[in-house]
Design a protein around this ligand. Structure first.
Ligand code: NAG
Ligand code: NAG
Length: 342
């Protein structure tokens, strides 16, 4: 009878636990794995409301997409400083506390698309490794870049700001490494061609469904041709405008001071890395030389030591008084025992 009661209580407890969602959480654990030698944790589509804090801290690829996260807090990623790829798309992120992304100094790519952000957290632009930023399908209506420190530290290569209600391209200063910019599906009424002067290595720009003016369209196409970039995703300009109506854009783009400084930055970086390489080689050669010298000295010392040891191993000469005398002048150096002769 007693056993029955215990069993019943246990079952009731189990039921209530399950309905409270404790066991469900237990059942739906994040999935651990590896991708390209990186440690990956997938926590997508789990109804998460916050960034889980019980994951392995060495995570390098973290997928938190398709959840219900509303807010990112300054401690959200404090533990996970090894993250290189972070997926946060399809959440409900409305706000990001300052300092949230600061610890992510290894971050190379972040996907914040399809959220409710109204601005881009400026600290993202100062992450030293960030190459790819997806922030498309947010409503960046209060994007204010006044406080942005330029040039930015992030070596951005890819930027997706499609579908963000933007009226002009955001001014992020020179982006010497950016090769692809997706600004499609924005009402770019205020687009100005000089905003492309910052992008001296642009290869692809997507401006489809962006309400470019006739002249804007013509200028972008001209500029891309001059730059050797692909005009594939730029809408076909309907009518050819006269140069007086729509001047060639070059003095605002590739012949501008901004473009030149963008290029100089790249050249400087290249020269610096060349110098680093040279210095590295020189340093390497020096180290190799030092190792050789040490080795030679070491070998020599070993040899001398061996010789010394051999010397010690050999039977010591017996220095008999006789020999000692023979080394000197035998006549005038009497031995002690000879004193008696005198
Ligand atoms: C630009 O972004 C939109 C939305 O994410 C996407 O549908 C489109 O394919 C992208 N364009 C390019 C050229 O990748
Ligand atoms: C660019 O050239 C046009 C004439 O082609 C001139 O009106 C304009 O002032 C120039 N802009 C700059 C920034 O030099």
């Amino acid at each position: 009878m007693e056993l029955h009661w215990q069993l019943l209580t246990f079952i009731v407890c189990l039921q209530s636990l399950r309905s409270a969602g404790f066991l469900q959480q237990e059942e739906r654990k994040c999935n651990y794995g590896r991708i390209a030698k990186l440690m990956r944790i997938k926590c997508y589509d789990m109804d998460l409301k916050e960034v889980p804090q019980n994951l392995k801290t060495s995570v390098e690829v973290l997928d938190l997409s398709h959840n219900r996260i509303k807010k990112l807090k300054s401690g959200s990623f404090q533990k996970y400083t090894d993250i290189q790829f972070l997926m946060l798309f399809e959440n409900m992120i409305l706000s990001v506390e300052p300092g949230t992304f600061e610890p992510l100094t290894s971050l190379q790519e972040i996907d914040l698309s399809n959220n409710g952000l109204t601005t881009i957290p400026l600290e993202l632009f100062q992450l030293p490794r960030l190459r790819n930023l997806y922030i498309d399908s947010n409503e960046l209506t209060s994007l204010n870049l006044q406080a942005l420190e330029k040039p930015i530290r992030a070596p951005l290569e890819y930027l997706n700001i499609a579908s963000c209600e933007l009226q002009e391209l955001p001014d992020l200063g020179i982006l010497p490494k950016l090769w692809q910019l997706n600004a499609s599906m924005n009402p770019l009424q205020d687009f100005k061609i000089d905003s492309l002067a910052n992008l001296c290595h642009l290869q692809v720009i997507d401006l489809t469904k962006s309400r470019l003016s006739q002249c804007g369209c013509q200028q972008v196409t001209n500029h891309l041709m001059m730059l050797g970039a692909s005009p594939r995703f730029v809408p076909v300009c309907m009518e050819a405008l006269d140069i007086r109506e729509c001047p060639l854009p070059y003095n605002q783009t590739i012949h501008s001071a901004t473009f030149a400084s963008c290029q100089t930055t790249v050249e400087l970086a290249e020269t610096r890395s060349l110098w680093l390489l040279v210095a590295g080689c020189f340093g390497g050669a020096c180290i190799a030389l030092m190792i050789i010298i040490f080795w030679v000295i070491h070998c020599r010392r070993k040899r001398t030591q061996r010789r010394m040891r051999n010397v010690q191993k050999r039977k010591p000469f017996v220095i008999s008084p006789k020999n000692a005398i023979n080394n000197r002048h035998p006549e005038d150096e009497p031995l002690h025992c000879d004193t008696a002769r005198k």
